[in-house]
Design a protein around this ligand. Structure first.
Ligand SMILES: Cc1cc2nc3c(=O)[nH]c(=O)nc-3n(C[C@H](O)[C@H](O)[C@H](O)COP(=O)(O)OP(=O)(O)OC[C@H]3O[C@@H](n4cnc5c(N)ncnc54)[C@H](O)[C@@H]3O)c2cc1C
Length: 245
């Protein structure tokens, strides 16, 4: 194998990022859609007249799982996270659109995931009934050193193949799922709630889920953006056990 001097130097991250790049999303979008069925065109005027009634309507829609009024809005996020997060993320098929950076058309940059100090490292218990606990400093050291060493070697192999004239789409096979990728993900409040119900752990959840921490980190950041855009819808989601309508 060639020297690992070739190409850019690998860097290591323990965070994910979620940027809200575009949105058209507000609580009134839900109210408008719900009231159009009963009040017709006049419904737009009714929205701000009685805030308590509007809150009550949102709560009713959430509780009784009248989901479609929550679809008339849109949020586009730019996400950077390791590939293993995107593998899980893209299982969410309904109400989501994705575009991810290409490993065929561009040279992949050596940015890799290494768990931070606060990431629980050790799994205890049996499948279906386990918990994660903090690792020792020695375990953190082992994880960091093993991952960084493995990442450096795989990226050096990638660079070696590119230098030898091998196509990017072939050479990338050597890169691990800890490599960072980026994507645009567009959703609406209903599909986001379904995602959050499965990919976050929350004390108010009626149906608990046990997601991998790294996708939960993405979910938490998305939820914070959404909460600011649609505070009443978010409150109703929490008040009704975080079950998507
Ligand atoms: C904690 C956790 C662990 C997981 N572990 C694994 C695992 O080990 N292996 C694995 O492969 N996956 C695993 N998954 C992924 C999981 O099985 C789902 O693929 C993922 O959560 C997306 O959920 P969804 O299908 O409800 O979402 P979406 O694809 O967004 O679908 C939304 C809803 O639409 C309906 N729907 C969508 N497609 C269909 C369809 N074809 N037929 C009927 N109804 C449909 C369903 O009601 C569905 O809930 C895991 C998920 C979680 C949260």
């Amino acid at each position: 194998m060639k020297s690992d001097k070739a190409g850019p130097e690998p860097s290591f991250r323990s965070d994910v990022t979620v940027e809200l790049v575009k949105h058209s999303a507000s609580d009134t979008d839900v109210l408008w859609a719900a009231r159009v069925s009963t009040a017709g065109e006049q419904s737009l005027d009714e929205l701000t007249k009685d805030p308590e009634r509007s809150k009550g309507l949102l709560n009713y829609l959430m509780r009784d799982r009248h989901g479609s009024p929550f679809e008339h809005n849109s949020m586009t996020f730019f996400v950077t996270a390791p590939i293993f997060v995107f593998r899980e993320f893209m299982r969410h098929r309904v109400g989501w659109s994705y575009n991810e950076e290409s490993g065929r058309y561009r040279e992949l940059q050596p940015v890799f995931y290494v768990p931070g100090e606060d990431r629980k490292l050790v799994q205890r218990g049996r499948p279906g009934k386990y918990e994660f606990v903090h690792g020792t400093p020695e375990q953190h050291k082992t994880v960091t050193e093993a991952m960084e060493e493995s990442y450096r070697r795989s990226y050096a192999a990638y660079q070696e193949m590119l230098e030898a004239g091998v196509a990017r789409e072939v050479a990338r096979a050597t890169l691990p799922v800890g490599l960072f990728s980026s994507m645009y993900a567009t959703c609406n409040a209903r599909s986001l709630m379904h995602f959050l119900g499965l990919r976050t752990q929350h004390e108010l959840a009626k149906v608990p889920s046990f997601p991998q921490r790294e996708i939960e980190m993405v979910g938490e950041r998305m939820e914070e953006h959404w909460r600011l855009l649609m505070p009443l819808t978010h409150a109703a989601f929490n008040a009704n056990g975080r079950v998507a309508p």
